[in-house]
Write a protein that binds this ligand. Structure first.
Ligand code: HEC
Ligand code: HEC
Ligand code: HEC
Ligand code: HEC
Ligand code: HEC
Length: 325
């Protein structure tokens, strides 16, 4: 008995090797198709909504909608199909794509299966409370990788209200699938204002403006840290001991790193305290290496030049007057 087992494993092995060689050939011949080795990507990439037939379907669907005709099953499938494509396209331009965070990281399924039904194994509709992308499950799904953001978010009123009321933002309210970009402060009036407004009756009403102001301050802090680093660079070149100034900017950088995750606690007072402490560190570094006499750096190199020039001009004028007399 053991002999035949050995034989059969040998046979299985040689078949496997043959298959591997074949797969190698296919890989060499059509590298693009198999490049990702992830069936979700391979398949969803090809679901282009721009092929003629699909355009025609979309046209029919739009006409149905215009005439208020209930959508047929076929149209519905078309809608889901184009959704799946649009999601691929947005994802492919995202930081997640760049870092290799593929579809199954959030949706589950089996990316080694080429057939749709097998790849989509155990899929739940996103309206099913058991789906990993059901809105109350989204924080946990993202938190697998963004643990600091999750921990802060769980500490927020938003999270409490999300669990009880459904009336609060989840991660994807602010980081839209599938681009998952970070919002700009300018977007806040609209996005936070969707809930925090007199009309929607979610206090505090001044949040959009306050939040906008806060993140502008974060951008200013980033700028000031960069300026301090430049000053340190030149001071070092001039032979100044910059170790203390470097320690201060390191502290500021550390606080800056805390700010983004801490933001998700949505406690603006707490956030502002951390921001202030970072600003103090930059100021201390500036006192050591920054231009001292002038309050703003950009004005610093200009004003002595201008004063110097006007000094020379007035000196020449006085000399000219004296000579004339
Ligand atoms: C062989 C092609 C194919 C593969 C492989 C595939 N999909 Fe899909 N997927 C589709 C199509 C087509 C749709 C559009 C709806 C439908 O027909 O089920 C879809 C729909 C979806 C949806 C929408 C939810 C739904 O069921 O309506 C999600 C989410 C999704 N796919 C994720 C994935 C993930 C994650 C993987 C890999 C683990 C994957 N897909 C692998 C073809 C594929
Ligand atoms: C970083 C996490 C993440 C990644 C990566 C991701 N998705 Fe999604 N996806 C989500 C979330 C969250 C939702 C639910 C959005 C909502 O409810 O508005 C969603 C919704 C969808 C939907 C429609 C809703 C549904 O589930 O029926 C489709 C289709 C879909 N994703 C396909 C994909 C495909 C294809 C990829 C890979 C190319 C992908 N997603 C990658 C998080 C992700
Ligand atoms: C499998 C791990 C993983 C999962 C799950 C995941 N992410 Fe990410 N995410 C990353 C990585 C890696 C980066 C790149 C930056 C980094 O290294 O922190 C990133 C970056 C981001 C960024 C910054 C984008 C930018 O433009 O700088 C946002 C916002 C983000 N993710 C939101 C989400 C949200 C929302 C979810 C859940 C729907 C999610 N992520 C799920 C791994 C993940
Ligand atoms: C109400 C809006 C909102 C919600 C909800 C939200 N975020 Fe954010 N997120 C932001 C803003 C604004 C920033 C930029 C903060 C900054 O620049 O200091 C950000 C930044 C990020 C970043 C980038 C951090 C970095 O180091 O640059 C990641 C990752 C992220 N969020 C993930 C998540 C995850 C995961 C969730 C859910 C648990 C979530 N966010 C919920 C608004 C939100
Ligand atoms: C989907 C609705 C929704 C959106 C969008 C939303 N919030 Fe909220 N927010 C709430 C709810 C609900 C509360 C709790 C109000 C209460 O306690 O009555 C809240 C409370 C807050 C609080 C007070 C927290 C506390 O501890 O008292 C802050 C700060 C806040 N949100 C900031 C923001 C910012 C900043 C944005 C935009 C980036 C935003 N919210 C977007 C629903 C929302």
């Amino acid at each position: 008995m053991p002999k035949t087992e050995g034989l059969s494993t040998m046979r299985v092995n040689s078949i496997l090797i043959l298959l591997l060689v074949l797969a190698g050939f296919i890989l060499v011949l059509i590298p693009q198709v198999n490049a990702s080795e992830n069936s979700c990507i391979d398949c969803h990439k090809t679901l282009t909504p721009f092929i003629e037939e699909q355009k025609r379907f979309n046209q029919i669907r739009i006409q149905h909608l215009e005439r208020n005709v209930g959508c047929s099953l076929e149209c519905h499938e078309e809608r889901v199909r184009s959704l799946a494509t649009a999601n691929y396209q947005q994802w492919s331009e995202s930081v997640h794509a760049l870092k290799g965070v593929t579809c199954e990281a959030c949706h589950g399924g089996d990316p080694k299966q080429a057939a749709k039904e097998k790849a989509h194994i155990n899929f739940k509709n996103n309206t099913d409370p058991e789906s990993p992308v059901y809105y109350t499950n989204v924080p946990k799904t993202c938190g697998k990788c963004h643990s600091k953001e999750l921990a802060n978010f769980e500490n927020s009123k938003h999270f409490q209200k999300l669990e009880s009321l459904k009336l609060a933002p989840t991660c994807t309210t602010c980081h839209a699938p599938h681009t998952f970009t970070v919002m700009n402060p300018e977007d806040f009036r609209q996005s936070c204002g969707n809930c925090h407004s007199v009309y929607k009756k979610v206090a505090p009403y001044d949040i959009p403006l306050k939040a906008e102001d806060m993140l502008r301050k974060v951008n200013k802090l980033k700028f000031n840290i960069e300026m301090a680093q430049q000053d340190i660079f030149w001071a070092k070149k001039n032979g100044t001991d910059v170790s203390q100034a470097e320690a201060y900017t390191d502290n500021a950088l550390k606080a800056l790193g805390n700010l983004a995750p801490m933001w998700h606690e949505f406690n603006l007072t707490h956030f502002e305290d951390e921001l202030d402490s970072a600003n103090k560190e930059v100021k201390k570094a500036n006192e050591l290496v920054g231009p001292k006499a002038t309050p703003t750096k950009t004005a610093a190199p200009k004003s002595p030049g201008f004063i110097g020039l006007s000094g020379i001009v007035s000196l020449l004028a006085v000399m000219y007057l004296i000579r004339k007399k």
